[in-house]
Structure formats: structure tokens, C-alpha cells
Design a protein. Structure first.
Length: 135
């Protein structure tokens, strides 16, 4: 079966320009789009293919698990697609600590091969990782 439906939830607050407030009481929107002539595929980028940049000396980080990403492209574009060409990068300097002791940072997803016509959907990816001070 060909998958050509894209679904995502977006925070309205992150879409508003600076200085504009949301008075509606609605905090998120859900989008469902049918993409004719295209297929949507979801892949997991393994933890070992996710890099955390700008980690300070004396700190070690461990990515908590795979990152689920969504790609879109023409039906035939995925025939020779190799997941090994997918990678993700997060910046330690943009890390937010969570109450559970883990850290989270926005991530950018990169296609490293010759994937003509394949694009990353939904740019709001986050990587979860743990931090440990080196002994």
C-alpha cells in the first residue's frame, strides 16, 4: 500500500510572531494532508547515528534511543533509499533539562546520500539524552 498521508500536531505558540499573543485558548493544531503523487515514510535513526555537538569537556552524553523521522518523496524515490544515509545532529548548547533527569535538544535531520526528491517533513525533531560528568 502506498502511504501518502501526512499527520502532525503543531504548537500554535511556536508559530506566532514575536509580540503576538494567542487569545483563542487553543494551544495546538492537528494537520492531516493527503499528498497526491507522493509517499510518506517514517524511519528510526539509530542512537549511534545521532550526534550531540558542543559537549563540554568532562561531560559524556548518551542518546536515549532512536529518533523517529518522517520523509516524503515521489513513489519511486524510496526504491533505493538506504537508512544508513539518515543522520541527526543536536546542539548541547540548546539543551533543556527535564524533571526525569534526562536532557532534550532540538535536532536537525540530514540525508547524506543521493536521495533525489526525498525531503524531511516536520522540522521539529528533538533528541533525548543523558549527561554524566566524567570521573
Amino acid at each position: 500500500a502506498i502511504e501518502n498521508i501526512f499527520e502532525a500536531d503543531y504548537s500554535i505558540l511556536s508559530l506566532l510572531p514575536s509580540g503576538i499573543s494567542n487569545e483563542s485558548g487553543v494551544s495546538k493544531i492537528s494537520v492531516k494532508a493527503i499528498l497526491p503523487g507522493l509517499t510518506v515514510k517514517t524511519y528510526d535513526i539509530p542512537a549511534d547515528k545521532i550526534k550531540i555537538q558542543n559537549v563540554p569537556a568532562g561531560i559524556s552524553v548518551t542518546v536515549a534511543g532512536p529518533l523517529k523521522v518522517t520523509l516524503v518523496g515521489p513513489y519511486g524515490a524510496f526504491e533505493n533509499f538506504d537508512i544508513k544515509n539518515l543522520s541527526a545532529t543536536a546542539d548541547y548548547n540548546k539543551t533543556v533539562s527535564r524533571e526525569d533527569g534526562k536532557s532534550v535538544s532540538a535536532a536537525s535531520v540530514t540525508l547524506g546520500g543521493d536521495e533525489t526528491g526525498i525531503y524531511v517533513l516536520n522540522k521539529d525533531y528533538e533528541v533525548v539524552f543523558t549527561e554524566i560528568a566524567d570521573q
